[in-house]
Structures are given as C-alpha cells and as structure tokens.
Ligand binder design. Structure first.
Ligand code: HEC
Length: 152
C-alpha cells in the first residue's frame, strides 16, 4: 500500500516536472511581436549564427520527418544543396506549400505544410536563410564526412 502510494507520488511528480518543462519552453519560445531580432537563439544558446537559428527552427518544426540534410532525417526528400537549386522565394513557397506549388503536393502533405505559414515571420525567414545557405553547408559536411556516398 505504502509502496503504491510512493509510486503514485513519483509518477505524479514526473508528470508535473514534464509539464513545467513544457510550459517553460513554450513561454521561452513564444514569439514576441515587435522584436526584430530572432529570438530562436535561446533555443541554441551556444551559437547565434543565422544558420544555427534556422537549423533550430527546422528541427523544432519537424521538417526532418520528411526531409534529410547531411544524411540525417527522412531520406525521401533530401534538402542538401537546396540553396543551389532554388531561390529563397522558391524555398519559402515549397516550405509552406504556397499557391504557386500547392498542386505539386498531396493533400495530406499540403495540409501539414500550410500550417507552417502561420509561424512567426522571422522563424520562417530563419529557415529560408538556413536552407538557402545549404549549398555551402552540404559541401562542408560532405567534406567532413570524407565524401560519403550521396543519397541521390
Ligand atoms: C509531411 C512531409 C513534409 C514535411 C513535414 C515538410 N516537408 Fe518539405 N517537402 C515535402 C515534399 C513531399 C516535398 C516535395 C519535393 C520533394 O519530394 O523533395 C517538399 C519540398 C520541400 C522543399 C523543396 C525541395 C526541393 O528540392 O525542391 C523545401 C525547401 C522544403 N520542402 C522545406 C521544408 C521545411 C523547411 C519544412 C519544415 C518547416 C518541411 N519542408 C516540412 C514534404 C514535407
């Protein structure tokens, strides 16, 4: 009986801790309009480089569920070198399934991507900037990995 009580208390404590952590991270990542500087740097305390800010947003928004960069994520749609293939405006169109490209997506994917359009503008911009820079990053990473066989 006593053990059961202790277990319940422990479980409840875990739930509270996780809940508080989630609330804390939500408050800290909440967009504050009017602040022109990207605050995603809080998610990446070590580095404030624009690429790191954009990368953090990419991670946060689950893009890797469908895309891979440097061999990490879903290999079906690699984004390595996307900055070389697409202009920043086009990257944004594809990221949020804008009217210009929506017919190219299945309804299910379009629905997921359209939700990104509601993200704070600076978060979208950070991801566009990050992806636009990927021609360089992919090259660096490939060099670091000793030119491992490319997914494509
Ligand atoms: C549910 C799956 C899914 C998610 C989640 C998703 N995408 Fe996509 N994305 C696709 C598909 C499918 C394409 C079509 C092109 C392809 O197959 O490579 C695409 C295309 C793109 C392209 C154009 C790629 C190219 O080479 O032409 C970019 C850029 C892009 N997505 C960015 C993002 C970003 C940034 C996120 C996260 C904010 C994201 N996507 C989330 C499925 C997804």
């Amino acid at each position: 009986m006593r053990e059961l009580l202790a277990k319940s208390v422990a479980a409840l404590t875990a739930v509270i801790v996780v809940g508080l952590a989630a609330a804390f991270s939500f408050v800290h990542n909440a967009p504050s309009p009017g602040d022109a500087r990207p605050k995603a740097q809080e998610a990446v305390p070590q580095s404030q480089s624009p690429a790191a800010v954009g990368r953090a947003a990419y991670d946060r928004n689950g893009c890797a569920g469908c895309h891979a960069i440097g061999g990490q994520g879903n290999p079906r749609s690699p984004l390595d070198g996307v900055g070389r293939r697409l202009a920043p405006d086009a990257i944004r169109d594809w990221m949020v399934a804008s009217d210009r490209v929506r017919p190219r997506f299945s309804a299910a994917v379009a629905r997921i991507k359209e939700r990104y359009a509601a993200l704070p503008g600076e978060e979208l911009q950070a991801m566009v900037d990050y992806l636009a820079s990927l021609h360089a990053l992919a090259d660096i990473r490939r060099a670091e990995e000793g030119n491992a066989t490319s997914a494509k």
